[in-house]
Design a protein. Structure first.
Length: 414
């Protein structure tokens, strides 16, 4: 009798463990978000129109949001800060930044105001041994953290490779060497696929992960003189990555950007998979039906979902007018970005620290020689203080809402 009791207790404990594990990460039988015709379908079978924002400037720092001007890519920002505060303080800054710029409080807030998903830009180096933002191989540490916060708040997460191996855009946005080497480098393409397969293997049964955004804004307008060749090269990259992801994850939606800053759907030579969302980005234009009609036509012709993964950064009036147009056309959307320093063109704002202008001024100075670096270097104590204050000001509790912008999105102002 005693042995039977022990056996029953062991079975119960084992069942409880399996149940808890399935709840947090899903199982092979767990339903996930997928496409059906022009719609995106939730695990419960209901259609959803995605409405949300991008967690920009967190895992991929950008110069215009750090107010460092032409020092605009993650690598160059890191170099700039390294010059001013040294290696130890820099490592401490990045560690604190990664742990404070986006927190569970931010996710709770975005859920409360009406966001149903978040697009999460990331750098491929977070899944390598390269030192990036003071870390190595830190990708899953931050992915797991955000995904768990979103699980608790019932908010979906779209994983967006903003910076791909070799560079997919050829500008600061992809932290490249100024050229989209991804399309000409087998080793970069191998690494791209390897990283996505690793990510897909980890989250293949997770219902909070909405899908995989393969590469952000493939090649810039500087390269359109060879657009036929570039489009074909990009399509071949898509063909490979989609096939490789499907080796490990046959369920999650895959998001594919158009070419030329994600605006040109001419790259799609054929339908690669029956569970793909086609993504475009669009900024700074006159709002009318014609501005989006080609994407609507693509959706209707091929019976597939479309998604504008980035837009915004405009006046409150523009935001309201464009959101109304997107909703009228039943287009899924995510505005860029969630928060910025001393800027009204986003959901959340925070104050620029005193003496932060020293950083901006140094970034704009001539740093082309060591002599100039020494000559133009600002007061390091003041710079360190400004960076410490930046970390404090960007905390959710110290941010403030851009109410007109939020109202323009049709979200709730608190």
């Amino acid at each position: 009798m005693r042995n039977k009791t022990k056996l029953l207790l062991l079975v119960a404990i084992t069942g409880l463990f399996v149940s808890c594990k399935s709840t947090s990460t899903g199982s092979a039988a767990t339903a996930v978000v997928k496409t059906r015709g022009t719609q995106i379908i939730e695990p419960n079978g209901n259609a959803i129109t995605l409405k949300g924002t991008n967690l920009g400037n967190w895992l991929v720092p950008e110069g215009y949001m750090f107010k460092t001007g032409k020092v605009s890519s993650p690598t160059k920002i890191d170099e700039l800060l390294h010059e001013m505060i040294g290696p130890d303080s820099l490592a401490t800054f990045w560690d604190r930044y990664l742990n404070s710029y986006v927190t569970h409080d931010d996710i709770k807030y975005l859920k409360r105001i009406g966001s149903n998903h978040l697009r999460l830009p990331f750098h491929y180096k977070m899944f390598t041994n390269d030192l990036y933002m003071g870390k190595r191989n830190s990708g899953f540490e931050y992915f797991d953290r955000v995904i768990e916060w979103c699980r608790q708040e019932n908010v979906y997460v779209l994983l967006d490779m903003h910076c791909a191996p070799g560079g997919q855009t050829g500008d600061n946005i992809d932290d490249s060497m100024g050229y989209p080497w991804l399309y000409f480098s087998k080793s970069s393409q191998d690494q791209l696929s390897d990283i996505w397969m690793k990510i897909a293997e980890r989250y293949k049964n997770d219902p909070i992960v909405i899908g995989y955004d393969v590469v952000n804004e493939p090649f810039a307008h500087y390269f359109t003189s060879d657009i036929k060749d570039y489009n074909h090269r990009l399509f071949m990259v898509y063909e490979r990555v989609v096939a490789d992801i499907r080796k490990v994850d046959k369920k999650h939606a895959i998001f594919l950007n158009g070419s030329v800053w994600a605006g040109d759907f001419g790259v799609f030579e054929r339908v690669l998979d029956d569970n793909v969302v086609y993504e475009f980005h669009k900024y700074w234009f006159d709002i009318n039906q014609e501005a989006i009609q080609k994407y609507v036509d693509f959706r209707d012709k091929h019976n597939v979902p479309i998604y504008i993964g980035e837009t915004g950064e405009n006046t409150d009036e523009w935001i309201k007018e464009f959101t109304i147009l997107l909703d009228k056309n039943q287009i899924n959307w995510a505005y860029w970005p969630y928060k910025k320093m001393d800027n009204l063109r986003g959901i959340m704002n925070f104050k620029q620290p005193e003496d932060y202008s020293l950083i901006t001024k140094y970034a704009d100075s001539d740093r082309s020689s060591f002599e100039n670096v020494r000559k133009n270097m600002p007061d390091r104590v003041k710079v360190q203080k400004a960076l410490n204050q930046f970390l404090k000001n960007s905390l959710y509790k110290n941010c403030f809402q851009n109410k007109g912008y939020i109202e323009g999105l049709g979200l709730k102002v608190e």
